[in-house]
Design a protein. Structure first.
Length: 191
C-alpha cells in the first residue's frame, strides 16, 4: 500500500495516523512544483493530496480513503454524529487552507471582504463547537475523528494561523495526544 502526500498536509496526516501500525509506504511529494507535481497530476486530476494506491486500486480524498480503509482495518463505520464532527473539522481545514493560499497569493485576508469574512466566520463558529465538544471529552478515544482534529489543530499552530487563547480544551486535547503512535514522525515541523 502506498500513501502519497506531504509532510505538512493536515489531510494527509490524519491518514498517516490511521495507518500508524499498518505496513505502508509513504511518498512525500512537493505538490506545487517539479517532479512532485507531475506525480500528483499523473495520479489525481483533482490535484489534491492524500492519494492511496492499494495494489493498483487508487483512491483520492481523505474521507474516501478512510471509508476504503476502515473495513480493512476492522474499524466500525462512523456514527452520524461523528460524520458531522468530521464535517465541521473539514470546514475549518478547508477555510484555513484557502486563507493560507490567499495570503501566499498576496491578499490581505484580514480585509473586510465577503470571501474572507465567510471563511473567518465559519472558522469561528466551527471552532467554538469543537472546543465545547473537546471540553465535554468527546474526543477522548483516539479514533479517526480525533486524529483529524489533532492534525488540524497542530497544523494551525505550526502555521500560526489562529490564536488559540479562546480554545483551551483544544490545546489540552493536543497535549494529551502528543505521544500517540506516528505523531512525532508525522509532525509538519519536519517538512
Ligand atoms: N477534501 C480533500 C481535501 C484535501 C486537500 O485540500 N489537500 C490539500 C493539502 S492540505 C491540497 O492538496 N491542496 C492542493 C491545492 O489546493 O491546490 C481531502 O479530504 O482529502
Amino acid at each position: 500500500m502506498k500513501l502519497y502526500g506531504s509532510q505538512t498536509s493536515p489531510y494527509v496526516r490524519r491518514i498517516r495516523l490511521l495507518l500508524a501500525t499498518t505496513a505502508h509506504e509513504f511518498i512525500n511529494l512537493n505538490i506545487f512544483a517539479g517532479e512532485g507535481r507531475q506525480t500528483l497530476a499523473a495520479i489525481n486530476p483533482a490535484l489534491r493530496i492524500p492519494m492511496l494506491d492499494d495494489a493498483g486500486q487508487v483512491i483520492f480524498d481523505s474521507g474516501v480513503i478512510y471509508r476504503y480503509l476502515a473495513p480493512k482495518l476492522g474499524i466500525a463505520p462512523l456514527s452520524w454524529y461523528q460524520e458531522n464532527q468530521l464535517t465541521v473539522i473539514n470546514a475549518v481545514s478547508d477555510s484555513l487552507v484557502m486563507l493560507l493560499q490567499c495570503s501566499r497569493s498576496g491578499f490581505d485576508t484580514n480585509e473586510d471582504k465577503l470571501f474572507f469574512n465567510l471563511q473567518r466566520e465559519r472558522i469561528a463558529t466551527s471552532l467554538y463547537v469543537l472546543e465545547q465538544q473537546a471540553a465535554n471529552n468527546e474526543f477522548a478515544n483516539w479514533d479517526y475523528v480525533a486524529m483529524a482534529l489533532y492534525s488540524l489543530v497542530d497544523w494551525a499552530l505550526f502555521r500560526e494561523l489562529l490564536e488559540f487563547d479562546d480554545y483551551p480544551a483544544l490545546l489540552a486535547f493536543v497535549a494529551q495526544n502528543n505521544a500517540q503512535p506516528m505523531i512525532k514522525d508525522s509532525d509538519p515541523r519536519l517538512g
